[in-house]
Design a protein around this ligand. Structure first.
Ligand SMILES: Nc1ncnc2c1ncn2[C@@H]1O[C@H](COP(=O)(O)OP(=O)(O)OP(=O)(O)O)[C@@H](O)[C@H]1O
Ligand code: NI
Length: 413
Protein backbone atom coordinates (compact mmCIF):
# COMPACT_ATOMS: atom_id res chain seq x y z
CA UNK A 1 0.00 0.00 0.00
CA UNK A 2 1.40 3.37 -0.88
CA UNK A 3 1.60 6.07 1.68
CA UNK A 4 -0.90 8.10 -0.34
CA UNK A 5 -3.47 5.31 0.02
CA UNK A 6 -2.82 5.15 3.69
CA UNK A 7 -3.44 8.86 4.09
CA UNK A 8 -6.80 8.60 2.37
CA UNK A 9 -7.74 5.58 4.43
CA UNK A 10 -7.05 7.53 7.58
CA UNK A 11 -9.00 10.49 6.34
CA UNK A 12 -6.11 12.93 6.40
CA UNK A 13 -7.02 14.12 2.93
CA UNK A 14 -10.50 14.99 4.03
CA UNK A 15 -9.55 18.29 5.57
CA UNK A 16 -10.33 20.35 2.52
CA UNK A 17 -6.81 20.38 1.21
CA UNK A 18 -6.53 19.46 -2.45
CA UNK A 19 -5.25 15.98 -3.18
CA UNK A 20 -1.78 17.00 -4.20
CA UNK A 21 0.69 15.61 -6.62
CA UNK A 22 -1.42 12.83 -8.07
CA UNK A 23 -3.25 14.74 -10.76
CA UNK A 24 -0.42 14.69 -13.27
CA UNK A 25 -0.51 18.46 -13.70
CA UNK A 26 2.32 20.41 -15.28
CA UNK A 27 4.27 20.71 -12.07
CA UNK A 28 6.70 18.04 -11.08
CA UNK A 29 6.55 19.16 -7.46
CA UNK A 30 3.49 18.67 -5.33
CA UNK A 31 3.28 22.34 -4.44
CA UNK A 32 -0.19 23.57 -3.73
CA UNK A 33 -0.29 27.09 -5.05
CA UNK A 34 -3.74 28.05 -3.79
CA UNK A 35 -3.45 27.03 -0.17
CA UNK A 36 -2.26 29.37 2.59
CA UNK A 37 1.30 28.76 3.81
CA UNK A 38 1.80 25.63 5.85
CA UNK A 39 4.63 27.30 7.74
CA UNK A 40 5.03 31.01 8.14
CA UNK A 41 8.09 32.31 9.98
CA UNK A 42 8.00 35.99 10.87
CA UNK A 43 10.79 38.15 12.26
CA UNK A 44 12.35 35.19 14.03
CA UNK A 45 15.14 36.04 16.48
CA UNK A 46 17.20 33.41 18.21
CA UNK A 47 20.10 34.30 20.46
CA UNK A 48 22.87 32.61 22.41
CA UNK A 49 24.09 34.42 25.48
CA UNK A 50 27.85 33.84 25.84
CA UNK A 51 30.44 35.25 28.22
CA UNK A 52 31.68 37.59 25.49
CA UNK A 53 28.22 38.82 24.53
CA UNK A 54 25.00 37.84 22.81
CA UNK A 55 25.23 35.91 19.54
CA UNK A 56 22.30 36.88 17.32
CA UNK A 57 22.24 33.61 15.39
CA UNK A 58 18.92 34.35 13.71
CA UNK A 59 18.25 38.04 13.52
CA UNK A 60 14.78 38.81 12.19
CA UNK A 61 14.27 36.13 9.54
CA UNK A 62 10.94 35.73 7.71
CA UNK A 63 9.94 33.10 5.16
CA UNK A 64 7.07 30.80 4.21
CA UNK A 65 6.70 27.20 3.14
CA UNK A 66 3.58 26.30 1.15
CA UNK A 67 2.02 22.84 1.17
CA UNK A 68 3.92 20.41 -1.01
CA UNK A 69 6.76 22.72 -2.00
CA UNK A 70 10.49 22.52 -1.41
CA UNK A 71 12.09 25.63 0.00
CA UNK A 72 15.87 25.70 0.19
CA UNK A 73 17.62 27.68 2.91
CA UNK A 74 21.06 28.62 1.61
CA UNK A 75 23.98 30.68 2.81
CA UNK A 76 27.57 30.32 3.94
CA UNK A 77 28.55 28.54 7.12
CA UNK A 78 27.37 30.35 10.23
CA UNK A 79 24.55 32.24 8.49
CA UNK A 80 21.94 30.78 10.83
CA UNK A 81 20.34 28.07 8.69
CA UNK A 82 20.49 25.31 11.30
CA UNK A 83 19.46 27.53 14.19
CA UNK A 84 16.52 28.83 12.12
CA UNK A 85 15.34 25.25 11.47
CA UNK A 86 15.75 24.28 15.10
CA UNK A 87 13.89 27.39 16.23
CA UNK A 88 10.76 26.33 14.34
CA UNK A 89 9.95 23.73 16.99
CA UNK A 90 12.16 25.25 19.72
CA UNK A 91 14.80 22.55 19.42
CA UNK A 92 17.61 25.06 19.95
CA UNK A 93 20.28 23.89 22.36
CA UNK A 94 20.46 25.70 25.66
CA UNK A 95 21.47 28.45 26.32
CA UNK A 96 20.12 29.38 22.90
CA UNK A 97 16.66 30.88 22.99
CA UNK A 98 14.04 32.08 20.56
CA UNK A 99 13.58 35.63 21.85
CA UNK A 100 11.11 37.04 19.35
CA UNK A 101 9.03 36.37 16.30
CA UNK A 102 6.24 34.12 15.19
CA UNK A 103 6.22 30.61 13.75
CA UNK A 104 2.76 29.90 12.40
CA UNK A 105 2.13 26.32 11.44
CA UNK A 106 -1.36 25.44 10.32
CA UNK A 107 -2.36 28.85 11.62
CA UNK A 108 -1.20 28.45 15.20
CA UNK A 109 1.91 30.02 16.66
CA UNK A 110 4.26 27.20 17.61
CA UNK A 111 6.29 29.51 19.81
CA UNK A 112 3.30 29.82 22.18
CA UNK A 113 2.96 26.11 22.67
CA UNK A 114 4.07 24.11 25.65
CA UNK A 115 7.02 21.75 25.36
CA UNK A 116 4.58 18.86 25.56
CA UNK A 117 2.49 20.18 22.67
CA UNK A 118 5.62 20.82 20.65
CA UNK A 119 6.77 17.25 21.20
CA UNK A 120 3.51 16.09 19.65
CA UNK A 121 4.02 18.40 16.66
CA UNK A 122 7.61 17.24 16.20
CA UNK A 123 7.73 13.93 14.46
CA UNK A 124 4.02 13.90 13.86
CA UNK A 125 3.38 17.02 11.78
CA UNK A 126 6.95 18.25 11.40
CA UNK A 127 9.80 15.76 11.06
CA UNK A 128 13.54 16.38 10.96
CA UNK A 129 16.29 14.69 8.98
CA UNK A 130 19.84 15.61 9.89
CA UNK A 131 23.19 15.57 8.16
CA UNK A 132 24.62 12.56 9.95
CA UNK A 133 22.42 9.47 9.61
CA UNK A 134 24.74 7.62 11.99
CA UNK A 135 23.78 10.01 14.75
CA UNK A 136 20.04 9.52 14.26
CA UNK A 137 20.21 5.72 14.46
CA UNK A 138 20.84 3.56 17.51
CA UNK A 139 23.61 1.01 16.89
CA UNK A 140 22.07 -1.67 19.14
CA UNK A 141 18.69 -2.03 17.42
CA UNK A 142 17.95 -3.26 13.90
CA UNK A 143 16.81 -0.61 11.46
CA UNK A 144 13.42 -2.32 11.21
CA UNK A 145 12.99 -2.12 15.00
CA UNK A 146 13.89 1.56 14.95
CA UNK A 147 11.48 2.51 12.19
CA UNK A 148 8.79 0.36 13.83
CA UNK A 149 9.39 2.16 17.11
CA UNK A 150 8.96 5.49 15.33
CA UNK A 151 5.69 4.15 13.88
CA UNK A 152 4.45 3.07 17.33
CA UNK A 153 5.45 6.41 18.87
CA UNK A 154 3.14 8.20 16.47
CA UNK A 155 0.35 5.72 15.77
CA UNK A 156 -1.81 3.51 17.91
CA UNK A 157 -0.76 0.18 16.42
CA UNK A 158 0.52 -3.16 17.69
CA UNK A 159 4.01 -4.53 17.24
CA UNK A 160 3.25 -6.68 14.26
CA UNK A 161 1.43 -3.92 12.35
CA UNK A 162 4.23 -1.49 13.19
CA UNK A 163 6.80 -3.89 11.76
CA UNK A 164 4.73 -4.26 8.58
CA UNK A 165 4.45 -0.51 8.30
CA UNK A 166 8.21 -0.14 8.90
CA UNK A 167 8.95 -2.49 6.02
CA UNK A 168 6.57 -0.48 3.80
CA UNK A 169 8.32 2.72 4.77
CA UNK A 170 11.75 1.20 4.12
CA UNK A 171 10.46 0.16 0.71
CA UNK A 172 9.05 3.64 0.14
CA UNK A 173 12.45 5.24 0.72
CA UNK A 174 14.10 2.84 -1.69
CA UNK A 175 15.92 0.48 0.64
CA UNK A 176 16.55 -2.65 -1.45
CA UNK A 177 15.05 -5.90 -0.08
CA UNK A 178 13.36 -4.03 2.74
CA UNK A 179 11.90 -7.12 4.41
CA UNK A 180 15.31 -8.70 4.97
CA UNK A 181 17.23 -5.41 5.33
CA UNK A 182 14.90 -4.53 8.21
CA UNK A 183 16.84 -7.09 10.27
CA UNK A 184 20.18 -5.37 9.64
CA UNK A 185 21.91 -3.23 12.21
CA UNK A 186 22.94 0.28 11.17
CA UNK A 187 26.61 -0.68 10.83
CA UNK A 188 25.67 -3.19 8.14
CA UNK A 189 24.33 -0.42 5.91
CA UNK A 190 26.12 2.16 3.77
CA UNK A 191 25.82 5.86 4.56
CA UNK A 192 23.21 6.39 1.86
CA UNK A 193 21.12 3.47 3.11
CA UNK A 194 21.34 4.74 6.68
CA UNK A 195 20.07 8.11 5.49
CA UNK A 196 17.17 6.31 3.76
CA UNK A 197 16.37 4.60 7.06
CA UNK A 198 16.45 7.94 8.88
CA UNK A 199 14.06 9.34 6.27
CA UNK A 200 11.77 6.31 6.70
CA UNK A 201 11.70 6.97 10.46
CA UNK A 202 10.92 10.65 9.79
CA UNK A 203 7.98 9.59 7.61
CA UNK A 204 6.57 7.30 10.32
CA UNK A 205 4.20 9.93 11.67
CA UNK A 206 3.01 10.92 8.19
CA UNK A 207 4.31 14.50 8.56
CA UNK A 208 3.23 17.49 6.50
CA UNK A 209 6.60 19.21 6.70
CA UNK A 210 10.04 17.66 6.54
CA UNK A 211 12.94 19.79 7.74
CA UNK A 212 16.13 18.40 6.26
CA UNK A 213 19.40 19.97 7.44
CA UNK A 214 22.18 19.19 4.94
CA UNK A 215 20.90 15.61 4.62
CA UNK A 216 23.27 14.75 1.79
CA UNK A 217 26.42 16.62 2.77
CA UNK A 218 28.01 13.61 4.48
CA UNK A 219 27.39 11.32 1.48
CA UNK A 220 29.44 10.87 -1.64
CA UNK A 221 28.31 12.51 -4.83
CA UNK A 222 26.40 9.72 -6.60
CA UNK A 223 24.62 8.70 -3.39
CA UNK A 224 23.87 12.37 -2.76
CA UNK A 225 22.08 12.55 -6.13
CA UNK A 226 20.00 9.46 -5.30
CA UNK A 227 18.90 10.86 -1.97
CA UNK A 228 18.02 14.18 -3.62
CA UNK A 229 15.87 12.29 -6.09
CA UNK A 230 14.13 10.64 -3.16
CA UNK A 231 13.34 14.04 -1.62
CA UNK A 232 12.03 15.26 -4.99
CA UNK A 233 9.83 12.14 -5.23
CA UNK A 234 8.44 12.58 -1.74
CA UNK A 235 7.47 16.13 -2.63
CA UNK A 236 5.92 15.26 -5.96
CA UNK A 237 4.15 12.05 -5.03
CA UNK A 238 3.12 12.59 -1.45
CA UNK A 239 2.70 16.33 -1.33
CA UNK A 240 5.22 16.56 1.47
CA UNK A 241 6.53 20.09 1.99
CA UNK A 242 10.26 20.30 2.63
CA UNK A 243 12.48 22.94 4.16
CA UNK A 244 15.88 21.89 2.89
CA UNK A 245 19.11 23.37 4.23
CA UNK A 246 22.16 23.33 2.02
CA UNK A 247 25.14 25.49 1.17
CA UNK A 248 25.32 23.84 -2.26
CA UNK A 249 23.56 25.90 -4.92
CA UNK A 250 23.82 23.01 -7.38
CA UNK A 251 21.55 21.08 -5.02
CA UNK A 252 19.17 24.04 -4.84
CA UNK A 253 18.86 24.17 -8.62
CA UNK A 254 17.87 20.51 -8.64
CA UNK A 255 15.17 20.48 -6.00
CA UNK A 256 13.90 23.90 -4.92
CA UNK A 257 10.66 25.61 -5.79
CA UNK A 258 11.76 28.65 -3.86
CA UNK A 259 14.98 29.80 -2.23
CA UNK A 260 15.71 31.73 0.96
CA UNK A 261 19.22 33.19 1.08
CA UNK A 262 20.53 33.83 4.60
CA UNK A 263 23.51 35.84 5.76
CA UNK A 264 24.46 36.76 9.32
CA UNK A 265 21.12 35.50 10.63
CA UNK A 266 19.06 37.55 8.19
CA UNK A 267 17.24 36.89 4.95
CA UNK A 268 19.11 38.67 2.16
CA UNK A 269 16.90 37.46 -0.66
CA UNK A 270 14.07 35.04 -1.28
CA UNK A 271 11.97 34.07 -4.26
CA UNK A 272 11.18 31.50 -6.94
CA UNK A 273 14.27 29.51 -7.83
CA UNK A 274 14.30 30.47 -11.54
CA UNK A 275 14.09 34.18 -10.86
CA UNK A 276 16.72 34.03 -8.14
CA UNK A 277 19.13 32.05 -10.34
CA UNK A 278 18.55 34.05 -13.50
CA UNK A 279 18.18 37.50 -11.98
CA UNK A 280 19.56 37.58 -8.44
CA UNK A 281 18.67 40.93 -6.91
CA UNK A 282 21.10 40.88 -4.00
CA UNK A 283 24.87 41.14 -4.53
CA UNK A 284 25.33 38.38 -1.93
CA UNK A 285 23.14 35.99 -3.93
CA UNK A 286 25.02 36.96 -7.07
CA UNK A 287 28.30 36.28 -5.28
CA UNK A 288 27.12 32.82 -4.26
CA UNK A 289 25.96 32.06 -7.82
CA UNK A 290 29.19 33.35 -9.35
CA UNK A 291 31.10 30.92 -7.18
CA UNK A 292 29.42 27.95 -8.92
CA UNK A 293 31.78 25.96 -11.19
CA UNK A 294 29.62 26.69 -14.24
CA UNK A 295 29.51 30.42 -13.54
CA UNK A 296 33.08 31.43 -13.04
CA UNK A 297 33.85 29.59 -9.83
CA UNK A 298 35.14 32.64 -7.98
CA UNK A 299 34.49 32.71 -4.25
CA UNK A 300 33.15 35.87 -2.64
CA UNK A 301 36.11 37.79 -1.23
CA UNK A 302 36.41 38.28 2.52
CA UNK A 303 34.68 36.38 5.29
CA UNK A 304 31.26 36.55 6.96
CA UNK A 305 31.21 38.83 10.01
CA UNK A 306 32.22 37.51 13.43
CA UNK A 307 29.05 36.52 15.32
CA UNK A 308 29.86 38.97 18.11
CA UNK A 309 31.05 41.74 15.85
CA UNK A 310 28.35 42.44 13.29
CA UNK A 311 28.79 45.60 11.23
CA UNK A 312 26.18 48.35 11.23
CA UNK A 313 23.89 48.60 8.20
CA UNK A 314 23.73 45.75 5.73
CA UNK A 315 25.78 42.89 7.22
CA UNK A 316 27.17 42.13 3.76
CA UNK A 317 28.46 45.66 3.09
CA UNK A 318 32.13 45.01 4.02
CA UNK A 319 32.29 42.40 1.22
CA UNK A 320 29.97 44.10 -1.25
CA UNK A 321 31.49 45.66 -4.36
CA UNK A 322 28.53 48.03 -4.67
CA UNK A 323 28.24 49.30 -1.10
CA UNK A 324 27.55 53.01 -0.66
CA UNK A 325 27.31 55.19 2.45
CA UNK A 326 23.75 54.27 3.36
CA UNK A 327 24.63 50.56 3.30
CA UNK A 328 27.07 51.12 6.16
CA UNK A 329 24.76 52.55 8.79
CA UNK A 330 21.39 51.93 10.39
CA UNK A 331 19.71 48.54 10.71
CA UNK A 332 20.26 47.43 7.14
CA UNK A 333 17.76 47.57 4.28
CA UNK A 334 14.31 45.98 4.55
CA UNK A 335 13.16 43.38 2.02
CA UNK A 336 12.03 45.07 -1.19
CA UNK A 337 9.79 43.37 -3.76
CA UNK A 338 11.63 42.18 -6.87
CA UNK A 339 10.24 41.88 -10.42
CA UNK A 340 9.52 38.26 -11.19
CA UNK A 341 8.80 37.31 -7.59
CA UNK A 342 10.33 37.43 -4.15
CA UNK A 343 12.24 40.10 -2.26
CA UNK A 344 15.78 41.32 -1.71
CA UNK A 345 17.23 43.28 1.22
CA UNK A 346 19.31 45.62 -0.91
CA UNK A 347 18.92 49.27 -1.80
CA UNK A 348 19.85 48.37 -5.39
CA UNK A 349 17.19 45.66 -5.67
CA UNK A 350 15.54 47.13 -8.78
CA UNK A 351 18.63 48.21 -10.71
CA UNK A 352 17.19 51.71 -11.10
CA UNK A 353 19.82 53.51 -9.04
CA UNK A 354 22.76 51.52 -10.31
CA UNK A 355 22.05 49.14 -13.19
CA UNK A 356 25.52 47.59 -12.91
CA UNK A 357 24.46 45.88 -9.69
CA UNK A 358 21.99 43.71 -11.57
CA UNK A 359 23.67 43.73 -14.98
CA UNK A 360 27.10 42.55 -13.96
CA UNK A 361 26.08 38.92 -14.47
CA UNK A 362 28.57 36.60 -16.15
CA UNK A 363 28.15 35.78 -19.86
CA UNK A 364 26.40 32.48 -19.23
CA UNK A 365 23.53 34.34 -17.60
CA UNK A 366 22.44 35.75 -20.93
CA UNK A 367 21.66 32.29 -22.25
CA UNK A 368 18.66 30.99 -20.35
CA UNK A 369 18.62 27.78 -22.43
CA UNK A 370 22.01 26.50 -21.37
CA UNK A 371 22.12 28.02 -17.93
CA UNK A 372 19.92 25.65 -15.94
CA UNK A 373 22.04 22.74 -17.14
CA UNK A 374 25.17 24.01 -15.51
CA UNK A 375 23.28 25.18 -12.45
CA UNK A 376 21.63 21.90 -11.88
CA UNK A 377 24.84 19.96 -11.89
CA UNK A 378 25.17 18.89 -8.30
CA UNK A 379 28.76 17.75 -8.67
CA UNK A 380 31.22 20.23 -7.34
CA UNK A 381 34.34 18.68 -8.92
CA UNK A 382 36.21 20.62 -11.58
CA UNK A 383 35.56 17.91 -14.19
CA UNK A 384 31.82 18.04 -13.62
CA UNK A 385 31.33 20.33 -16.59
CA UNK A 386 32.62 17.64 -18.92
CA UNK A 387 29.62 15.44 -18.34
CA UNK A 388 26.86 17.72 -17.18
CA UNK A 389 24.03 15.41 -18.16
CA UNK A 390 25.06 12.31 -16.21
CA UNK A 391 22.59 12.92 -13.46
CA UNK A 392 22.06 16.64 -13.67
CA UNK A 393 19.83 16.50 -16.71
CA UNK A 394 16.73 14.77 -15.37
CA UNK A 395 16.64 16.95 -12.29
CA UNK A 396 17.49 20.04 -14.34
CA UNK A 397 14.50 19.33 -16.50
CA UNK A 398 12.30 18.78 -13.46
CA UNK A 399 13.43 21.99 -11.97
CA UNK A 400 12.67 23.96 -15.09
CA UNK A 401 9.13 22.69 -15.01
CA UNK A 402 8.80 23.45 -11.30
CA UNK A 403 10.41 26.74 -11.47
CA UNK A 404 8.48 28.14 -14.37
CA UNK A 405 5.34 27.28 -12.45
CA UNK A 406 6.70 29.00 -9.36
CA UNK A 407 7.73 31.94 -11.43
CA UNK A 408 4.35 32.39 -13.00
CA UNK A 409 2.55 32.69 -9.72
CA UNK A 410 5.42 33.77 -7.53
CA UNK A 411 4.96 37.49 -7.97
CA UNK A 412 3.34 38.04 -4.64
CA UNK A 413 5.34 35.59 -2.58
N1 LIG B 1 25.56 26.76 21.06
C1 LIG B 1 25.92 27.92 20.46
N2 LIG B 1 26.50 28.91 21.20
C2 LIG B 1 26.86 30.07 20.63
N3 LIG B 1 26.68 30.36 19.34
C3 LIG B 1 26.10 29.43 18.57
C4 LIG B 1 25.69 28.15 19.08
N4 LIG B 1 25.15 27.43 18.06
C5 LIG B 1 25.22 28.21 16.96
N5 LIG B 1 25.80 29.41 17.27
C6 LIG B 1 26.04 30.52 16.35
O1 LIG B 1 24.89 30.79 15.60
C7 LIG B 1 25.23 31.19 14.30
C8 LIG B 1 24.44 30.40 13.30
O2 LIG B 1 24.86 29.04 13.33
P1 LIG B 1 24.20 27.93 12.43
O3 LIG B 1 24.72 26.62 12.91
O4 LIG B 1 22.74 28.10 12.40
O5 LIG B 1 24.80 28.27 10.99
P2 LIG B 1 24.58 27.46 9.63
O6 LIG B 1 24.12 28.45 8.64
O7 LIG B 1 23.72 26.28 9.88
O8 LIG B 1 26.07 27.03 9.27
P3 LIG B 1 26.64 25.66 8.63
O9 LIG B 1 26.48 25.82 7.13
O10 LIG B 1 28.06 25.65 9.03
O11 LIG B 1 25.86 24.51 9.18
C9 LIG B 1 26.73 31.05 14.17
O12 LIG B 1 27.32 32.30 14.33
C10 LIG B 1 27.09 30.15 15.30
O13 LIG B 1 28.38 30.44 15.76
NI1 NI C 1 24.05 24.26 9.75
Amino acid sequence: MSRGDDRSARGRDGDGRPDRGRDGDHRASGRDTDAPPLLSVRDLRTQFPTVEGTVRAVDGASFDVYPGETVCLVGESGSGKTVACESITRLVDSPGEVVDGEVRFDDRDLLDRSERELRAVRGDRIAYVFQDPQGSLDPVYTVGEQVAEAVRDRNDVGKRAAHGRAVELLDRVGLPNPASRADDYPHQLSGGMKQRVAIAAALAGDPDLLIADEPTTALDVTIQAEILDLFAELGAEEGLATLFVTHDLGVVAGIADRVVVMYAGRVMERGPVTRVFERPAHPYTRGLLDSLPGRGGERIGGEPPEPLNQPDGCPFHPRCPHAVGECRSGDGPPLYGVDGGGEAACVFHDGVRDPTVLDSAPESNSDPESDPESESDPEPEPNSEAEPTTDGAPRGATREADASASDADGGNR
